[in-house]
Design a binder for this molecule. Structure first.
Ligand code: NAD
Length: 298
């Protein structure tokens, strides 16, 4: 099976990156978002990525024009998937949204379409049934930013047919990812199995008032040689995702301290428009966050 037409569902932080990266690598890409506002923000992201690719990734104007020409945008799911070979889903990390999205997608997508989820925290088997085609459904998980942290974690669930696993591994490679095969469902894949405990420990230190976020980042960066610390990473991920995870975990385990933390993240960051790199401010201010200053580590 040859993949030519790719539909990206959800034009937010990650969906807009995946769409751009996929179109840049020669695929016809349809960007779908249920909200016109989401599509508009996706288009804004794409203007920024065009500049970024020219300024820092050596892309020529010709490549940028060709990428733009391969991108189209719609808020009509039926239209978005009518000839899709592969759908990459990046709708919000909420179970009811995922389930309702896959129920609709199952109605409209042609039989040939492979479905992939970019969910960071939910296992494909959680909503494999809703896809109506569990054998053609699996996870293709990206990191942020897609082009620099270019691992594509490809994870089967027990009902995935191996042939689609192999097709998606090849697809990931063809859009500039290093494909990482994950043969068994693993909550958090490989990356988040490592990263989530780090970010959680860092937030426990900060919200527990043990230290300030800059000192926590500094300690990590000096000691491991990393270019970025946990709070710089949180700004990349976006406060909305961090909020969703804190609220989901707090509610699931009836942990009031975690629910309060989610509330604080919402009130002190999200409600003030500080949603991370995407809005120009999270823990740090962008561009040129202070942790990139040479004297930050001194
Ligand atoms: P986001 O909130 O930035 O974007 C979500 C987009 O989905 C928005 O544009 C919203 O309008 C749209 N949307 C809402 N309901 C929808 C629906 N029913 N159908 C279609 N679109 C809908 O979220 P994000 O950070 O891009 O995360 C999306 C997914 O990607 C999540 O599953 C998350 O776990 C995963 N992910 C995120 C990151 C990250 O760093 N942000 C990294 C890897 C994976």
């Amino acid at each position: 099976m040859k993949i030519k037409n790719v539909t990206i569902a959800g034009a937010g932080v990650l969906g807009s990156q995946i769409a751009w990266q996929t179109a840049f690598h020669g695929y016809n890409v349809t960007v779908y978002d249920v909200f016109e506002k989401g599509l508009e923000s996706g288009k804004e992201f794409h203007k920024k990525f065009a500049e970024l690719f020219k300024a820092t990734r050596g892309a020529t104007q010709e490549q940028i024009d060709a990428t733009k020409a391969r991108l189209s945008y719609t808020a009509d799911l039926k239209e978005a998937v009518k000839d899709a070979d592969l759908v990459s889903e990046s709708v919000p990390e909420k179970l009811e949204i995922k389930i309702s999205f896959y129920n609709d997608l199952a109605k409209y997508a042609p039989e040939k379409t492979i479905f992939t989820s970019n969910s960071s925290t939910m296992l494909p088997s959680t909503y494999a049934k809703e896809t109506g085609r569990p054998e053609k459904f699996l996870a293709l998980h990206f990191a942020n930013p897609v082009w620099d942290a270019n691992v594509g974690e490809v994870m089967m669930h027990a009902g995935t047919d191996k042939q689609y696993f192999n097709i998606v591994l090849d697809f990931a490679k063809s859009i500039g990812m290093v494909p990482i095969p994950i043969h068994k469902e693993q909550s958090g894949y490989i990356l988040n199995s490592l990263l989530v405990p780090l970010l959680s420990a860092a937030q426990n230190l900060f919200f527990g008032e043990v230290s300030d976020y800059e000192s926590i980042d500094k300690t990590w960066m000096i000691s491991t040689g990393a270019k970025i610390g946990p709070f710089g990473i949180i700004d990349m991920i976006g406060m909305q995702t961090v909020y969703n995870i804190a609220l989901m975990n707090g509610t699931k385990t009836n942990n009031q301290a975690m629910i309060n933390r989610a509330k604080k993240i919402k009130e002190e960051w999200i409600d003030k428009g500080k949603i991370g790199i995407a809005s120009g401010e999270g823990y740090y201010k962008y561009p040129n966050p202070s942790y990139q200053n040479p004297d930050f580590l001194s």
